[in-house]
Design a protein around this ligand. Sequence first.
Ligand SMILES: [Zn+2]
Length: 368
Amino acid sequence: MPVEVMESPRYIRGFGVLNQLGDAAKEYGTRALVVAGERAFSAVQGKVEASLAAAGLDYRVVIYKGFCSMVHIKKALIQAGDFAADLVIGIGGGTVIDASKKIAHDLGLPIITVPTIAATCAAWTPLSVMYDECGAVTAEEWLSRSPKAVIADTEVIMKAPVRYLVAGIGDSIAKWFEPSFVRQALDVKADCFLRSTLDLAKTAYEILSDNGEKAVEQCKANKAGPELDAVIDVCIAVTGMLSGMAGDAARFAVAHAFYNAFSALPLSHALLHGEVVTLGILLQESLRNGDGGVADKELISFYSRMGLPTSWKGAGLRKLTEDELDLVVSRMEAGDSLTALRKLPLGVDLSARRLKEAIAGMYHMHHQ
Ligand SMILES: [Zn+2]
């Protein structure tokens, strides 16, 4: 089977590394269109502008608002006006970085990303998740080029609310639990990248398990340490590598299929991507066990230690109506993941009726 592996970005992570942005940027251009989230930019504006100016770059800043959708991307391009950029710099969380990658891709320009939180692997992965104006996922658009560089400043990420770091831990562990669900049904013997992905995903989970609690404490106390660095590396870089390497196996993703479907419900927007993904992992475990959702004790203890929601109620969600359940199930059924999963000999009931029952049942899950 033919394979294609995307190039990896240059990854610069450490306390205060944002001052290297200008030097990294001038390798790729002289006129930077800076696409930034409002809160993110207010946190880093001084350092970003000083670094770009010191490196002799011209730049124009566009504050990005709203979901990653074509309507908002067009508004950002209008703000950019006649500025003839030869480089894009995306600064913020997953939404803004996905939008800035899409802008760079459509303009045919290189991009450098500056994640100000570690809540997803968006800064690394050549993928933009596209939404409609109501915040429902419409497409996962793989881009032909990866970001040239990722500048992950530990100080900036540490100062952001800890909830983002916790959500990033939740998003990253899906890279282990999603392929684990289908592993027995796949012939992996001669699949170099899938085997390598599985091993790396397991190691990444172990790194998070060993360092996550300390990293969360360090983020809360505003006191960086090696554990926080390790967790940032997993959430941004290793998870990004895994997304790029999993290839076809990336389609077999219950937790992300649930996220994409669930995004159509406005109540989901109170949660972060990684928080919904961790509920999706609980859903997957409940489908696998065929019961009322008693997930693996070790998994629940991991969630509790990290501060991830261990139940639907714990995530602050109300019970879904019949119509909402039907909408989520029909959106899951329309996606590639469920279609691919249903073709595998998993011995797991993935019928619409069972999915609906399992999602509804999550409300009654009780985990201490
Ligand atoms: Zn994700």
